[in-house]
Design a protein around this ligand. Structure first.
Ligand SMILES: [Zn+2]
Length: 307
């Protein structure tokens, strides 16, 4: 028995050997798949079903930016709701399947198998063939939110580039990577994101000049929105590069912008073209003490639906 993130208990009905990490197809945008149930586990809110392959994006416990997909599972004439989707892991040498923040291993540790756990209300037998269907509208809205989040980060880096007094690692477009140096929290929502940045002593020590930032925010937002509009107008394609189809593979978001090709490590899902964002607007707010910047990003709408 292991305590789960929500304080409940997960007990493993069948230990270990479920044939390695889940082969995932969400990085390329898939929303449906047939697969076989290889493991089941009790989880908060119902039963967890693990399949050999899955198009479902699970919440990543180490960087929980994009929520888990929801949708439907069909098996043998039965249909049930997949109400949530989380990450599970078990030592490849054998051991209990742990869920979410109970996993002690670092993300992608090759000594562990990493699996997509579909949360359903009733159990499905191991060995059953099932059809998995993601709620495509919700996925598309989350993909728009996630694509907008990455683009916002690049525009923020560009808008704040003149405030760096020392050399710091640059993003793919050559601007000091403020996003990477300062982000503490990122939450993807439907057609948007909320990103939180810490502007503390350590960032200042790295060379970031925050003097007069509060007064400059309207101009920063204006520069960002102009740049975002220009990028969206190119309708550049977006791709996800993955070294292998395993859930824990280190994937990279890639987008060829006029200034260069941007790459950002990413475990989430994305639109296939920038034009699908419509327009992006940003709202920047600095805390009273000036040590926390919150950026809310919003996409006006997604023109193309996920097939
Ligand atoms: Zn991402």
């Amino acid at each position: 028995m292991t305590e789960t993130a929500g304080g409940g208990f997960a007990s493993v009905e069948e230990m270990g050997d479920f044939g390695g990490s889940t082969q995932v197809t969400f990085p390329q945008g898939d929303v449906t798949a047939w697969s076989r149930v290889v493991e089941t586990v009790r989880v908060d809110g119902g039963q967890g079903v693990v399949t050999a392959a899955s198009p479902f994006h699970p919440l990543d416990p180490s960087w929980p930016d994009q929520p888990g997909d929801t949708g439907l599972l069909q098996s043998d004439g039965l249909e049930m709701k997949i109400v949530d989707c989380v990450t599970g892991a078990a030592e490849a040498s054998g051991g209990p399947l742990l869920i979410g923040s109970d996993i002690p291993a670092r993300r992608g540790d090759p000594a562990w198998d990493w699996v997509v756990v579909h949360v359903v209300e009733r159990s499905v037998p191991v060995g059953a063939d099932v059809r998995l269907m993601v709620d495509a509208d919700r996925r598309n809205a989350l993909s728009a939110g996630h694509t907008g989040c990455h683009l916002m980060a690049l525009a923020l880096n560009a808008a704040l580039a003149g405030r760096w007094r020392k050399d710091v690692p640059a993003d793919g477009l050559g601007h000091p990577d403020f996003d990477r140096a300062a982000v503490t929290r990122s939450r993807i929502v439907r057609d948007g994101s909320v990103d939180t940045y810490r502007i503390g002593k350590s960032l200042r020590k790295k060379g970031f000049d925050a003097d007069g930032l509060a007064a400059a925010l309207p101009a920063v937002a204006g520069h960002m929105e102009d740049r975002l509009a220009a990028w969206i107008a190119t309708d550049a394609p977006i791709s996800i590069a993955a070294p292998d189809p395993g859930l824990a593979a280190l994937r990279r978001w890639r987008c060829a912008l006029p200034e260069g090709t941007a790459e950002i490590p990413c475990g989430g899902t994305h639109l296939t073209h920038l034009g699908d964002l419509g327009t992006l607007t940003v709202a920047l707010e600095l805390s009273e003490a000036g040590d926390e910047l919150v950026v809310e990003t919003r996409a006006s709408g997604t023109a193309r639906l996920t097939p």
